[in-house]
Design a protein around this ligand. Structure first.
Ligand SMILES: Nc1ncnc2c1ncn2[C@@H]1O[C@H](COP(=O)(O)OP(=O)(O)OP(=O)(O)O)[C@@H](O)[C@H]1O
Ligand SMILES: O=C(O)c1ccc[n+]([C@@H]2O[C@H](COP(=O)([O-])O)[C@@H](O)[C@H]2O)c1
Length: 191
């Protein structure tokens, strides 16, 4: 099977993430999309992160109705910060018959050459890139298996959600309903 690995902090998951996965499942040859919840992005400060299990729970609730979407906690038991090449190697060992590609937003292209063994990721797996406002993909010089999809732009981000909640805004339409209800019930991001 062809699997698109959608790595992320998902702090929290939002409708943009779901739309990206939806687009990749419908417009590429990927059979399944796995949302891999990362304990710690090497480029980000961990202090603003909800615990791994709460972020995973939000993802699970958000995708529960979609059989082609799976959530993965594989990085929870691996060394931190979470280097994607190490997770890819481990996943390939565990699932030798699957083919794994990466799904990323175009904001990741700018620093992609700073990722651990980025050349191996490109050579052995390949990237599907979803465009993000203010992050042009055109001028990025990267060689390898990269497919930049042409898809509707979305401005939404997890930072926007965290800020809105901390300002006591009601934003039920920016997250899948079940995940939003859980976030409210648990008083996440209210400070
Ligand atoms: N609106 C968006 N358009 C395109 N890609 C996106 C969008 N939101 C998130 N992504 C991509 O989804 C993946 C996971 O992103 P992440 O969980 O960090 O969300 P985020 O909204 O970027 O979070 P934050 O605002 O906290 O930085 C990354 O590859 C990111 O580029
Ligand atoms: O492997 C690396 O060197 C590397 C560098 C930066 C980011 N990543 C991964 O990219 C994913 C996207 O992170 P984020 O926080 O933007 O959702 C997440 O799984 C990070 O661990 C990985």
């Amino acid at each position: 099977m062809k699997i698109g690995l959608f790595f992320g902090s998902f702090n929290p998951i939002h409708i943009g993430h779901l739309a990206i996965a939806n687009y990749m499942a419908e417009y590429t040859d990927l059979d399944q999309i796995w949302f891999v919840v990362s304990p710690h992005n090497p480029f980000k400060n961990k202090s603003s992160l909800l615990t791994d299990y709460h972020r995973l729970e939000l993802v699970n609730r958000a995708i529960e109705r979609y059989p082609n979407f799976k959530a993965s906690n594989i990085e929870f038991g691996m060394p931190q910060p979470s280097y994607t090449i190490d997770t890819l190697t481990y996943l390939k060992e565990k699932n030798p018959t699957h083919q794994f590609s990466l799904i990323v937003g175009s904001d990741n292209l700018k620093n992609f050459t700073k990722w651990k063994n980025y050349d191996l990721i490109l050579k052995n797996h390949g990237l599907f890139v979803y465009p993000r406002p203010d992050f042009e993909s055109e001028n990025i010089e990267l060689k390898g298996n990269i497919s930049i999809v042409e898809a509707p732009l979305m401005e939404v981000s997890s930072s926007f959600i965290r800020k809105a909640i901390s300002e006591q805004k009601e934003i039920p339409f920016f997250m899948p309903e079940s995940a939003y209800n859980y976030l409210k019930e648990m008083h996440f991001y209210e400070k």
